[in-house]
Design a protein around this ligand. Structure first.
Ligand code: ADP
Ligand code: MG
Length: 549
């Protein structure tokens, strides 16, 4: 047996590791299982280039609990390590990496993504002792056991091991006993390892027989090694995408579209994004996109990686090119991440444009679900706006849909005011503003339905974007004055009548609101509304926007 001192200058790295990773102890399992997967993939590669000539056999990674010994073991049949490799990859390299990492972030603990891993060393977050028992795939290799109790001292000795590959044995410490429970390990494997590219088994499959759970011969494989996003879009049907969606989000309605991402230059990225069905008055849940790196689950909070408005989407993104062991602020400034974010925005816009072109009717049917999302994008991402304004739809009170260009043509004759401004009339509540809508329609005007969550913001935005155009709420004034033309009719009421009526009406308006209201007198085409109490357009919008904050 040999003893050694791990290659670090800091004597007490383990307390630091434990403290740093306090909130996310559980990721140790992801780190160890993905190392096991890496080792198996390496063996496959060596075999395919002829450098490994032996039998590969079953490459399943196995996770097991020994309740008596209080150990959790992760076993693989991958490349294994020789004593020299342990020295190089475990004793020196990994530790120096860990130290560098901790040095860098000592004063920035909160800024670190909670989900990163320190690789092999995260095992010490939950263990009082860790053993590596490994036999290299190399011909004539001698199996070795490395053992370390969390101090910088370790031991390395020759042992007997039949099978090629590595067992990592964790002696779980008292504060982390939950990691010896079957249910907890099942939960973690399902969270982090569900789509790993090599089979991972946890115990045996079980079956219920005569009210008892009995173990079967077959390994209980916990992952799907070929998740949908790794497949070719050409081989997939809508049903496949919908099924995968239901696997990810059980109990959800079918999504309305999906976008299969597949980029290999200038960065690597695959994934599937879904537009969820948005139900009226149900708040849209954010952060449903899962981020993977080479099929290893990293996080489901993707803000700073995808643009804000895309966090409303569902699905998965897999990219080894998103730096993970970094702080959030670093992520935001990272060039690659910016590129990825821009690319996703472009893809989403292109796909929407494509669907719009291919099936206008279908697009219109889905518009109510899409609208919030698209408006959000247009309000927040200039690049998305440029593409989206070609397929964004305006819906009028008759339930007809128009693009901005089409709508301009519809209203330009009748709804241009005396200052040559195009006037877009809209309602925020078709029921409450019914009589105003009817009045406007009687004049031959068209009225847009703008009752969505973001519509007031959107209207403000469009007013700045569209040339010589303004939006006027249909109950903002009597129909005659909504779109001021040269010759509006004068009211036939006498000045005294007007004064009296004004006094009567304003008395009815609650005090707190008095400032914002105006009483107007018009000669209506229909005689129906000789007087009107209304609120100024800008006051109304201010109020709506502050109510939405
Ligand atoms: P990383 O995986 O990022 O390289 P780790 O700390 O997780 O960092 O692992 C350090 C190194 O130890 C790996 O690169 C690999 O060479 C070796 N290693 C870890 N686990 C295994 C394993 N199960 N089989 C073979 N080699 C392993
Ligand atoms: Mg690793």
């Amino acid at each position: 047996m040999s003893k050694g001192h791990i290659g670090v200058t800091s004597e007490n790295i383990f307390p630091i590791i434990k403290k740093f990773l306090y909130s996310d102890h559980e990721i140790f399992l992801r780190e160890l299982v993905s190392n096991a997967v890496d080792a198996s993939q390496k063996l496959k590669t060596l075999s395919s280039v002829g450098e490994f000539k032996g039998e590969m056999g079953d490459l399943k990674v196995k996770v097991s609990i020994d309740e008596k010994k209080k150990t959790l073991t992760i076993s693989d049949r991958g490349v294994g390590m020789t004593a020299e490799e342990i020295d190089k990859y475990i004793n020196q390299i990994a530790f120096s990496g860990a130290e560098e990492f901790l040095d860098k972030y000592k004063n920035d603990a909160n800024a670190i993504i909670g989900h990163f891993g320190l690789g092999f060393y995260s095992s010490f977050m939950v263990s009082k002792k860790v053993e590596i028992i490994t036999l290299s795939h190399k011909e004539g290799a001698q199996a070795v056991k490395w053992s370390c109790d969390g101090s910088p001292e370790y031991t390395l000795e020759e042992v007997k091991k039949e099978d090629r590959g590595t067992d990592i044995v964790l002696y779980i410490d008292d504060e982390n006993k939950q990691f010896l429970e079957k249910a907890e390990i099942t939960r973690l494997l399902n969270k982090y390892c569900r789509f790993l590219p090599v089979e991972v088994a946890f115990g045996k499959k079980t079956e219920w027989k005569d009210g008892k759970e009995v173990e079967l011969e077959e390994d209980n494989v916990v992952n799907d090694t070929n998740p949908l996003w790794t497949k070719k879009p050409a081989d997939l049907k809508d049903e496949d995408y919908n099924k995968f969606y239901r696997d990810l989000y059980p109990m959800s309605d079918d999504p309305i579209f999906n976008i299969h991402l597949n980029v290999d230059y200038p960065f690597n990225l695959t994934g599937i994004l879904y537009f969820p069905k948005i139900k009226n008055n149900v708040e849209v849940q954010k952060n449903k996109i899962q981020l993977y790196s080479n099929q290893v689950f990293i996080t489901d909070s993707v803000e700073n990686i995808v643009p804000e408005f895309l966090t409303l989407l569902h699905g998965v993104i897999d990219s080894p090119d998103i730096p993970l062991n970094v702080s959030r602020s670093y992520l935001q400034a990272d060039g690659n991440v910016k590129k990825i974010s821009n690319h996703i925005t472009k893809k989403v816009a292109d796909r929407l444009a494509e669907i719009f072109k291919a099936d206008r009717k279908g697009f219109e049917e889905k518009w109510d679900s899409l609208k919030l999302f698209i408006e959000y994008g247009m309000l927040t991402e200039e690049k998305f706006y440029d593409k989206a304004q070609k397929f964004t739809l305006l819906k009028n009170t008759d339930g007809k849909y128009f693009t901005f260009d089409e709508y301009k043509d519809i209203i330009k004759e009748n709804q241009t005011d005396k200052d040559k401004q195009l006037v877009y009339l809209y309602t925020t509540n078709a029921e409450e503003q019914h009589s105003f809508i009817e009045g406007a329609k009687a004049k031959g005007y068209d009225v847009l339905l703008m009752d969505g969550q973001l519509d007031t913001h959107f209207i403000n935005h469009m007013e700045q974007k569209l040339d010589k155009s303004r939006f006027v709420r249909v109950d903002g004034d009597v129909a005659e004055k909504l779109i001021p033309k040269e010759n509006t009719l004068e009211s036939k009421l006498l000045a005294k009548d007007k004064d009296d009526l004004t006094t009567v009406f304003t008395a009815k308006v609650p005090n707190s609101n008095k400032m914002n209201f105006i009483v107007a007198f018009e000669a209506m085409g229909t005689d129906a509304n000789p007087a009107i109490i209304t609120q100024q357009e800008f006051m109304r919008r201010m109020k709506e926007m502050s109510a939405m904050q």
